[in-house]
Write a new protein. Structure first.
Length: 137
């Protein structure tokens, strides 16, 4: 069985946001065994899997990304869409646009402390479109 769904996440402010409860709510029943592939259809946001318990992790990740790829660097050529645009593209390349997650017994099989993140790198990114591809039996 292969099923594909496109849905939108509500707009989030810039930052790292846990969306692990929103994802399954948008999906049909998951198979007994299989994979869920998620692709974000944007070049200025990303999807990640990381620590889901301590909110300091999300704040620290945001700080790390902002230090790695600062706004208003004098060497940026792509600046027409504001100071957060080019850094958001670079950050999304670093993090990645997709996740492939195992499905076991009809639910995502993640580690105890793992959560799915939307990494919103724009100040006003708006709703973000996700393509979910479910492969399973």
């Amino acid at each position: 069985m292969i099923e594909q769904i496109e849905f939108s996440l509500r707009p989030y402010p810039r930052g790292i946001h846990l969306i692990g409860k929103e994802i399954p709510a948008q999906l049909p029943a998951l198979p007994r065994k299989g994979l869920l592939h998620l692709l974000i259809k944007h070049t200025s946001a990303a999807l990640a899997l990381n620590e889901n318990a301590d909110p300091d992790v999300r704040r620290d990740l945001n700080t790390i990304f902002d230090r790695l790829v600062p706004e208003n660097a004098p060497y940026y050529m792509h600046t027409d869409e504001g100071p957060d645009d080019m850094p958001s593209h670079a950050k999304s390349v670093i993090v990645g646009s997709s996740l492939t997650l195992p499905v076991t017994d009809g639910r995502l099989n993640l580690g105890t402390w793992q959560g799915i993140y939307l990494c919103e790198f724009r100040d006003y990114g708006g709703p973000r479109k996700i393509i979910a591809t479910i492969i399973g039996e």
